[in-house]
Design a protein around this ligand. Structure first.
Ligand SMILES: [Zn+2]
Length: 673
């Protein structure tokens, strides 16, 4: 269970730059051309640093947003495509890994076969759903579907025990809704009501594509909406889920049975490879809600619900009518993306998601080297030193708690680039004309792999992101920071540019991940990854007071129209952004000691540091995606990740000679780290 990863569009890290593989890579991270000099840096630094880039880089039709992260992700995709094309061409003469990824990609690209098959790849499973007639058959099917990667009612997985990070136990959690978040089912504003109407219409259309007449399909869609609303009603919302205390409910099997006695756990758990005794039931109330639903719904309702989730899960890999309808609601309506991505990009992404550590091997060979790893490590060590100095000098913490914080910091492990040992996918059967089957078998492999961890020693070398991913994460239970090779490239780190720019762009990202170990969630885990309170009471209270300032600050930023940022939901990421930039700045100042300070392109090193930082966040977003992210994403929108953070740094105001009373110099400043 990935409760705390710094996922989605997060952040990154950095350090490294290799020979550009495509011309796009030549673009400089620090490009004075991106600056809009008609805006004062003290009025709106984001628009000053990014204004010209924003004007010159409109959102492509096949994207809901377009920023500097996306430029790099596109380049990585192009590299992955070359790898897959050549593996596909080599066919049987390639290595076993090449044969597997090549065949998987080829099956995905074979549109002719996909169109001929229509919805027939779903037939065996639809027949099974139709045959449900009693509790054991319903239970068994829910287990089968979950294993295939279908979002059926709830989720089953494994994870480290919060209070004993050396142990992996089974996890049961809420799931099973089609809209992005629980609150989407209950919000009463016009946009939300309209969205729900469109969702029901979409579900009905999918049932029509499966062969139901319009009237039956409409009734089916209503059943789905009714059941998902009941599941949502029993669910925790995304903000509540940020507190680990709300997510930890260790239970034995009798307690799990007692939560939902009407569910056939005896049948389900062996089917889900969870025939074990120890569980964390992440959201117990959800299972009570499920229990009530089991008492009042007919098997026909369950069959309708499961049919929808099966077709919803596979829609992107069926024939064109399914792909188009799925795109129409989930991309166009929900995020404002106007056109579908070209098929090759969707197939590259699917291959990366399904066989990422097979595809990643050739990617790493092409893009990443020992020197990249070394450069990154040096920067990580500089930032860790800065964090230690910061903890030692922070004025609101007592010496005892400081000592424990430093112990935790020293225990943080760094993982850089790619795994030492690659995952073995030899068990995944890939067939040349079975895209949906290949995808399902890859999901089953991953499900089984997760469940096989239960009772085994924790594998600290495991990665939760694939090597080509443009992102990074901190894992509080492992107490490690992870920087995939995909992000350790230009424009995040550029050989040839000065430290000021690189520490602003990538040092801030390393600092961001490191600070997650000490954000509102991370601080509740100790150096060994255990959920435990190592803070004195007064230090805990002081922390809360400082982080409340951040919560209030960001909670006032407008995302779109009447929708504001959610200060509580984004609290941890904002603390990490603020701490990260501060640590990177400290590290840079140390590097500059004794060096001759000179201006480059008319900017001091300090100014270039802040320009380097802002420059990676230049991003255009559709209004729809701004709303979506403000509601569901723990990260603030890019402009606030820049301006919200800089508001809190007097060093920024000093670097650009901003005066009291100007917008970038607020009356109150917030600071945790
Ligand atoms: Zn983060």
């Amino acid at each position: 269970m990935r409760l705390f990863l710094c996922a989605a569009i997060t952040l990154v890290s950095t350090a490294f730059a290799q020979t550009p593989a495509t011309p796009a890579a030549n673009r400089s991270n620090f490009n004075v051309e991106n600056i809009d000099r008609s805006v004062s840096p003290c009025e709106d630094f984001y628009r000053y640093a990014c204004g010209t880039w924003l004007k010159n880089n409109p959102i492509p039709a096949d994207r809901p947003e377009w920023g500097r992260f996306d430029e790099l992700a596109e380049r990585n995709q192009a590299i992955l495509r070359e790898i897959l094309d050549s593996a596909s061409r080599r066919g049987a003469s390639g290595s076993p890994v090449d044969q597997k990824i090549g065949a998987f990609y080829r099956a995905c690209m074979d549109e002719k076969v996909v169109e001929e098959k229509g919805d027939s790849p779903l037939k065996p499973e639809l027949d099974r759903i139709r045959a449900i007639h009693d509790l054991p058959s319903l239970t068994l099917e829910i287990g089968r579907l979950q294993r295939m990667g279908v979002d059926a009612v709830f989720s089953t997985g494994s994870g480290q025990d919060f209070k004993d990070s050396t142990k992996v136990i089974a996890q049961l959690d809420q799931a099973g809704i089609g809209l992005p978040e629980r609150d989407y089912y209950f919000k009463t504003d016009k946009t939300s009501e309209d969205l729900r109407r469109k969702y029901v219409k979409h579900v009905a259309k999918m049932f029509q594509l499966l062969g139901q007449d319009a009237e039956t399909a409409q009734a089916s869609a209503q059943v789905v909406m009714k059941m998902e609303t009941q599941l949502a009603d029993a669910s925790q919302n995304v903000t509540f889920r940020r507190d680990p205390a709300n997510e930890y409910h260790p239970m034995g099997r009798p307690q799990v049975n007692a939560l939902a006695p009407a569910f056939d756990w005896k049948v389900f758990l062996p089917e889900a490879h969870a025939d074990v005794q120890q569980f964390n039931v992440v959201a117990p109330d959800f299972f009570k809600g499920m229990e009530a639903m089991l008492g009042r719904l007919s098997y026909d309702d369950w069959k309708t619900y499961l049919t929808w989730h099966l077709v919803h899960s596979e829609a992107s890999w069926l024939s064109k009518p399914f792909v188009d309808e799925n795109f129409d609601f989930f991309a166009l309506t929900l995020s404002g993306q106007k056109e579908q991505r070209p098929r090759w990009k969707r197939c590259v992404a699917l291959t990366d998601g399904s066989l990422g550590e097979a595809l990643g091997q050739a990617y790493v060979d092409r893009t990443f080297g020992v020197e990249g790893k070394e450069r990154t490590l040096k920067m990580v060590r500089d930032i860790e030193d800065a964090m230690e100095a910061d903890i030692k000098t922070v004025e609101w913490m007592t010496p005892e708690t400081k000592q424990r914080a430093i112990e935790k910091l020293h225990a943080v492990a760094n993982k850089i680039g790619y795994p030492d040992k690659w995952r073995d996918y030899s068990k995944v059967q890939v067939l040349p004309t079975d895209l949906v089957g290949n995808e399902e078998r890859a999901s089953e492999f991953e499900f089984d792999r997760q469940m096989a961890k239960i009772g085994q020693p924790v594998d600290k070398a495991e990665w939760q992101m694939t090597p080509a991913t443009v992102n990074a994460y901190y894992d509080p239970q492992m107490n490690n920071i992870n920087f995939p090779a995909g992000i350790l490239q230009p424009p995040f780190y550029q050989v040839g540019l000065d430290d000021a720019v690189n520490y602003g762009a990538s040092g801030a990202v390393i600092g961001h991940e490191l600070t997650h170990g000490f954000d509102d969630q991370g601080r509740q885990f100790d150096g060994a990854g255990n959920f435990t309170d190592w803070w004195s009471k007064e230090d805990g209270a002081a922390y809360d007071a400082h982080s409340k300032c951040i919560e209030d600050e960001y909670g006032n930023f407008v995302a779109d129209g009447e929708v504001k940022e959610n200060g509580k939901l984004t609290e941890g990421e904002n603390i990490a952004d603020n701490g990260g930039l501060h640590l990177a700045y400290m590290a840079l100042q140390k590097l500059l000691v004794g060096k001759k300070i000179s201006e480059v392109d008319g900017f001091t090193p300090q100014q270039r540091f802040f320009l380097g930082f802002a420059g990676v966040w230049c991003t255009n977003l559709t209004p729809q995606v701004k709303r979506l992210e403000a509601t569901t994403d723990p990260h603030s929108l890019p402009e606030y990740r820049v301006n919200g953070t800089l508001f809190n740094m007097p060093e920024f105001a000093a670097a650009f000679s901003c005066k009291a009373g100007q917008p970038m110099v607020p009356k109150t400043r917030c600071r945790v780290w």
